[in-house]
Design a protein around this ligand. Sequence first.
Ligand SMILES: *[C@@H]1O[C@H](CO)[C@@H](O)[C@H](O)[C@H]1NC(C)=O
Ligand SMILES: *[C@@H]1O[C@H](CO)[C@@H](O)[C@H](O)[C@H]1NC(C)=O
Ligand SMILES: *[C@@H]1O[C@H](CO)[C@@H](O)[C@H](O)[C@H]1NC(C)=O
Ligand SMILES: *[C@@H]1O[C@H](CO)[C@@H](O)[C@H](O)[C@H]1NC(C)=O
Length: 914
Amino acid sequence: MDPFTQPGDVLIGGVFLVYSGYDFPQPSFHNWPQPVTCNGFHIRYYRDVLGLIFAINEINNSPDLLPNVTIGFSLVHSCMSELRNIGGAMSLMSGTGNPVPCYDCRKTSVMAGIIGDKLSALSLPIARILGVHSYPQISYGATTSALSDKVNFPSFFRTISNNMFQHIAISQLIGQFGWTWVGMVIVDNEVGELGGQAIRTEVEKSGSCVAFAEKIHLSYSKRQVLRVVDVIRESSVNIIILHSTEAHMKFLLDAMYDEGVTGKIFISSASFTITPGLFSKKAWKVLNGTIGLMSKTGQIPGFETFLQSLHPSLNHSHPLIKPFWKTAFNCNWENGEFIKNTTHADTQGPLCSEDEDLKTMIPSLLETFDLSLTYHAYLAVYAYAHALHALLQCPSRENHQPCGNVTSIQPWKVLRSLKKTPFQAHSEDIITFDANGDVPALHDIVTIQILNGHFHLVTVGSFTPGAVTGHTVLINRSQILWNDKFSQVPESVCSNSCGPGSRRVTRRGQPPCCFDCVPCSAGEISNSTDAVKCFRCPQDQWSNEDQDRCIPKTIEFLSYQEPLGHILVSMASVSSLLGLSILLTFIRFKDTPIIKATNRELSYILLTSLILCFLCCLVFIGQPSTVTCLLRQTFFSVVFSISISSVLAKTIMVILAFKATRLNSPLRRWLGPIIPRHVVGICSGLQILICSVWLYKSPPFPVLNTQIENHKIIFECNEGHKLFFYMTLGFMGFLATISFFVAFLARNLPGSYNEAKLITFSMLIFCCVWISFIPAYLSTSGKYTVAVQVFAILVSSAGLLGCIFLPKCYIIIVRPEKNRRECFGGNTSFKHVRLSYRLSVLRHLINAARACVPALWRQPSPPSLSMWIRKVEEIKRMENLTAQLQDRNSRFYRTWFYWDQFTDTAEYKSLLAQ
Ligand SMILES: *[C@@H]1O[C@H](CO)[C@@H](O)[C@H](O)[C@H]1NC(C)=O
Ligand SMILES: *[C@@H]1O[C@H](CO)[C@@H](O)[C@H](O)[C@H]1NC(C)=O
Ligand SMILES: *[C@@H]1O[C@H](CO)[C@@H](O)[C@H](O)[C@H]1NC(C)=O
Ligand SMILES: *[C@@H]1O[C@H](CO)[C@@H](O)[C@H](O)[C@H]1NC(C)=O
């Protein structure tokens, strides 16, 4: 391997990547191995060589820097192969084509150090060897942070930023755009492995997930590349992190275009140099919208003029000028000097005429819009120049060593000088290598825009690592154009984020970024997006409908304001008015037979208690207070007991009336008002007693109940000891059951107007209502419990009112003609009653007559026999008739208004007179 050398007093070695690919013939071990051949001359890479030459020219012409010392250079190109690289570096060290390790065979000039290589992967093996020899090396493109390790690489420097913080920059970038689901493509070598791992760890630490991490390499077969394309196609990610050198990506990008996998946004790490000339137009389209991290670069004044002066005939001393010309103008040389190590696949085409005009093509060919790497190579030369200058200046007089002598320059001295000498190119900032041989890390964030077929590189932000200020990524989003698939910031998430009101549940077997959103359960909230868990609301609060806020629970009670309250209040008032009007009607018509036929006193009591029942509903409605809570159940149960006991008394009286049919029946003395009064008094007294004990032992009190219902607080009356509540209810039930059975027994009493039937029916309603009340009461909560109770009170009272009193009112008001005593018995039974009366009167008469017979017979004019016979026949006929009727109507042939009739003795007297 023969280096290209431009002589000088001091030489700077260069290992430069110029070709982007190589052919490595597999050794057969039968023949002499073929050398690695390079292919793909890349002008952008070649530009770095030109940057070095330009800098050396500048320094040689400079009166201040290294006066009277000429710098020359010696150059090998590495073409992506570590093998060539090491060989090249060693031949530079020894100064011969075939390297002689550890010897410098140059006679005239010394080698100060080496610049190169561009890539981390290529710089690493050189750095290992040069480190052993304390031979300085300044890379212009190797970013991997592994090279900062001064134990392994003691003689390594670089003029490009260390990518130590690029993983932070990338993860911040991803975080800023909210991407949580990204893919990675990394180069398949040590650099890719280390950097990719660092990026992945950081990305995952910041809460994002890596969907895939695929490896790629220049040497991959087509099948391997297509496999990677398939992985990308299958994945739902829109963002792919690229941690690779651009040359390795070439085939993948082309394959992605061919397979139609476009529209992904790449995030390229600092090791990806954005060089459009390397890629095809197909790859451009795939790369459209790529956001890249790029080491900060500077200006090289006069460089463009230098480039314009390039010409093969003028600058035949420039290395590789002919292949450059060949690639730039797509022409051929007859016998290219410096292209012997390259393949000559395409030797067709026109011969280069040397008349070609480079000037107009410079911006597109040499990509002068972005001088990165070339600038860094240029800077590296200046670093050497300043170090040499410092070395030759003899800064310290104390050490009595001869200095200023070019021949005394040794690489290790240059190394020492490099470490401490600040340098600058032109008037730019002064730079000093830090202890790790690094320059300050400053990065630009750039984006690729392919507009109208032109390649644009736009700086959209910057990344400044800093231990004090924090690592900051600044981006101007409005400058980013994305690509033709995304006009807005693309989304790249595995699962859409969960809004407030739900929480994330990771899917089994999938990365944490893939999750389902589960709504918070009732009473729990989450007020942030992507909450991991929901919070339970405090006891007096409840989740709102969206479950993102706790809101105070509403206090609920059956109020007068709400529709249900309105309905119940109006029902209660209408019913009590009805009851009142019935009561008034009864008082007004108190002397008519139908009212006399009822037990008037009992009717008044019953009506009054029913009106009170209706009114006691009003105590249940409205906000509970101490008073209403005390009143509610007690008032209700006492009033209700009074009404039920009245009904019971009424029923008992009916039965008694029918039992006491005969005039001399012993039951007849019970027919007075004693029994009803006692029944009502005792029953309600018992109930009052129960209620008093209740109020004394554990009085009901108003309470705010947060337990029953989740989203409301129920303002209710706590009934104190439930036992008392059920005792009062049970007592009423007991009374009602007795009434029901007694009325049931009396239901078949004769009469078209039979009160016993109506009482049975009303008690049936009553019992049904209160039996169904119990399950309804137990299964409802809050205001509905109260409503159920109110409703039960209303319905059962209305049942009593309607069944017992309405028919009578109907007769009183609508059919007054029926309001006669004769009507109540109905035809048969009333006649039958009259007959019975007459019969019993006749019996009296006959008995009297029998007693009188002897006396009569003794009278002077005894009644005629025929008259006696007539009387006796009449008696017999009536007795027969009575017997028949008795058979038909059973023995209860007396109607219930019996006692009333006994007060009306006129008929009896007239009969007796007869
Ligand atoms: C450079 O060389 C010239 C002539 O040989 C000499 O006059 C001049 O002093 C030298 N300058 C330095 C800085 O050594
Ligand atoms: C962002 O870019 C737009 C368009 O180039 C420009 O107008 C704006 O001033 C920039 N904003 C900042 C903060 O740099
Ligand atoms: C690249 O993206 C820009 C911005 O969306 C779009 O206008 C342009 O057409 C795209 N270029 C290609 C070649 O798709
Ligand atoms: C979210 O809820 C928590 C707990 O209730 C509270 O501490 C926090 O301030 C709330 N945050 C917002 C933004 O409302």
